[in-house]
Design a protein around this ligand. Structure first.
Ligand code: CP
Ligand code: NVA
Length: 310
């Protein structure tokens, strides 16, 4: 059996993803009851961060410690990655010394090339194209509060970015309908849209897109690496702000999510961010539980393999 990576949601079957969410919910209950996490003593995770992070770093690092292992923070500025050592060479060397690798970087091809040359499982912790770990936490949060998402309608608001792409993959893997409301010029990848045209629809009007939806989701208008485009993006995306008026047009029991960090008054209103009943903070906490379930699955899978093929 070849080693398993988690570069997009398509790397796992729908059944595996459902089981992972079940496991994340169980690990959360155990953690809250003060029970120990599954133990992988001595396991080491290399965490490669070419972009900033709060939630991703804290959740992986805390999770590894809770599982009896260790997480090592590596940034291009402090490693030879920043001085031009090929990603393929770095993958061979780093993976020969650790048990699992997590990468946050720019081009999605970088995690793919790393994974091709890695002898241990690799997790995509955000690229310009996808953010699958966030979707595990989001799907867990919806399940905990509203049950199965299968057959429901989800509405993505704003930029057709990496999170939007992962929602397109989630629509396929978790079997829901996705409406994407974005301004012209900020649509998600055209091929990804075509490949999922049976369940994903594009709107340029937020009001029609949210009508009756069970889940509304948004994200920053300028992702990491797009800071210089902030003003142009804010002007184009202003009509797509997630706010109380849009929420009122959704289903009566609609939830709303934001992966964070958020900009109050831009992609989401301060009123919704600071609402007493928002599940956004729990969504962030669920990164810890969902990723512990993910790391457990990948480490268990890798343990069953001989060293030469691990
Ligand atoms: N949502 C998320 O990935 O947050 P960080 O950028 O803080 O890791
Ligand atoms: N789309 C955002 C997500 C941050 C977690 C970014 O890539 O910066």
């Amino acid at each position: 059996m070849s080693k398993q990576h988690f570069l997009t949601l398509l790397d796992f079957s729908p059944e595996e993803l459902d089981a992972l969410i079940d496991r994340a919910i169980a690990l959360k209950a155990a953690h809250r009851a003060g029970k120990p996490s599954p133990q992988f003593p001595g396991s080491v995770m290399a965490m490669i961060f070419a972009k900033s992070s709060t939630r991703t770093r804290v959740s992986f690092e805390a999770g590894m410690a809770q599982m009896g292992g260790h997480a090592m923070f590596l940034s291009p500025g402090d490693t030879q990655l920043g001085r031009g050592e090929p990603i393929e060479d770095s993958a061979r060397v780093i993976s020969s010394m650790v048990d699992i690798v997590m990468i946050r970087t720019f081009g999605h091809d970088i995690v793919e090339r790393f994974a091709e040359n890695s002898s241990v499982p690799v997790i995509n912790a955000l690229t310009d194209d996808y953010h699958p770990c966030q979707l595990l936490a989001d799907m867990q949060t919806y399940r905990e509060h509203r049950g199965a998402i299968r057959g429901k309608t989800v509405c993505w608001l704003g930029d057709g970015n990496n999170m939007c792409h992962s929602y397109i993959n989630a629509a396929r893997q978790f079997d829901f309908h996705l409406r994407i409301a974005c301004p012209e010029g900020f649509e998600p990848d055209a091929q990804l849209l075509r490949d999922n045209s049976d369940r994903v629809a594009l709107y340029h009007d937020a009001g029609s897109a949210v009508d009756g939806a069970s889940l509304l989701v948004t994200d920053v208008w300028a992702s990491m690496g797009q800071e210089e485009e902030q003003a142009r993006r804010a002007a184009a995306m202003a009509p797509f702000q997630l706010n109380a008026a849009l929420l009122a047009a959704a289903a009566p029991d609609a939830l709303y999510l934001h992966c964070l960090p958020a900009h109050r008054g831009e992609e989401i209103s301060a009123e919704l961010m600071d609402a007493g009943d928002t599940v956004i903070w729990e969504e962030a906490e669920n990164r810890l539980h969902a990723q512990k379930a993910l790391v457990e699955k990948l480490l268990e899978g890798a343990q069953g393999q001989p060293q030469s093929t691990k």
